[in-house]
Ligand binder design. Structure first.
Ligand SMILES: *Cc1c(COP(=O)(O)O)cnc(C)c1O
Length: 228
C-alpha cells in the first residue's frame, strides 16, 4: 500500500472512531482533502485511493490544478478567504465555496454562477471566537445573512464554516449551537446540513461537537513546504 492510501485510511479511521464515541453515524462526517501547495500529480494519487472532495486556498494554484485534472471526477472546494475580485472564477470553477462572510460576495457569486450549472454550495464563515485578525462575520450577524443569502438564485447555502483558534474546543460547541439555532428557524431545514469545522490537529474535537465536514491537509499529505 502506498503512503497516501495509508494516511487516508488512518484519517478515515480517526473519523469513524470519533463519530462512534460521539454516538454519531460514521457517514455523517465527510472528509475534505486540503491539497493546497501539493502538485497535481499528488492529488491524482490521492484520487486513486477513492478521495473525491479536494479543498484549495489559493485561486490561481487551484485553477491550474482544476485544468490539469479536468478528466477526473473531483468535487472542488474553495476554502480560502474570498476577495471581491476573485468571485468570477470561484463561481465558474468550483462546487463549493466555504469562506463567504459578506452579502456582497454571495451576491456576486450568485450573479456570476451560470444558471445551467448546479447551484454553487456555500458555507457562511463565522468568526466564532471573536479573533481580531480573523475573517468571518460576527455570530450576531448570522441570522440576517442567512435570510438574505438564502434568497439568491444560483447558490445553495448549506451551513457554517469556522476556524477557531488552536485548542479552543469550546468554539466548536458554540458553532454547533449557532448552527442548530439557524436550523430551527430555517424555511428549508433539510438544505441546512453542513458544519465545516475541524482540521488535522482538532478533527476529533470538532466531530464530538457536531462537525459534518472536516478539512484535513497535513494528516493526509504530510507537512506543507511553502519554500518551493
Ligand atoms: C490549510 C487549511 C486546512 C487544513 O489544515 P491542516 O492542519 O493541514 O489539516 C483546513 N482549513 C483551512 C481553512 C485551511 O486553510
Amino acid at each position: 500500500m502506498n503512503t497516501l492510501q495509508e494516511a487516508r485510511n488512518q484519517v478515515l479511521e480517526q473519523i469513524a472512531t470519533a463519530s462512534l464515541q460521539a454516538k454519531r453515524d460514521v457517514d455523517a462526517v465527510s472528509l475534505l482533502a486540503v491539497s493546497k501547495t501539493h502538485p497535481a500529480e499528488i492529488l491524482k494519487e490521492m484520487y486513486a485511493t477513492g478521495q473525491r472532495a479536494f479543498g484549495e486556498n489559493y485561486l490561481q494554484e487551484a485553477l491550474d490544478k482544476i485544468a490539469i485534472l479536468s478528466d477526473l471526477d473531483i468535487e472542488w472546494h474553495f476554502i480560502g478567504h474570498v476577495q471581491r475580485n476573485k468571485t468570477k472564477h470561484l463561481a465558474s470553477s468550483f462546487a463549493w465555496v466555504h469562506g463567504v462572510d459578506r452579502l456582497i460576495i454571495a451576491e456576486r457569486l450568485s450573479a456570476q454562477r451560470d444558471a445551467s450549472q448546479q447551484p454553487l454550495n456555500i458555507c457562511l464563515q463565522v468568526n466564532i471566537d471573536d479573533q481580531d485578525s480573523k475573517d468571518g462575520c460576527a455570530p450576531a450577524e448570522v441570522a440576517e445573512l442567512v435570510r438574505q443569502m438564502s434568497r439568491l438564485p444560483n447558490l445553495k447555502l448549506r451551513g457554517l464554516m469556522v476556524i477557531p483558534a488552536p485548542n479552543n474546543t469550546q468554539a466548536f460547541f458554540d458553532a454547533r449551537q449557532l448552527f442548530e439555532q439557524v436550523k430551527a428557524g430555517h424555511a428549508h431545514p433539510e438544505d441546512w446540513d453542513t458544519l465545516s469545522m475541524g482540521m488535522s490537529g482538532d478533527m476529533v474535537d470538532a466531530i464530538a461537537a457536531g462537525s459534518t465536514m472536516v478539512r484535513v491537509g497535513t494528516a493526509l499529505f504530510g507537512a506543507r513546504d511553502y519554500s518551493k
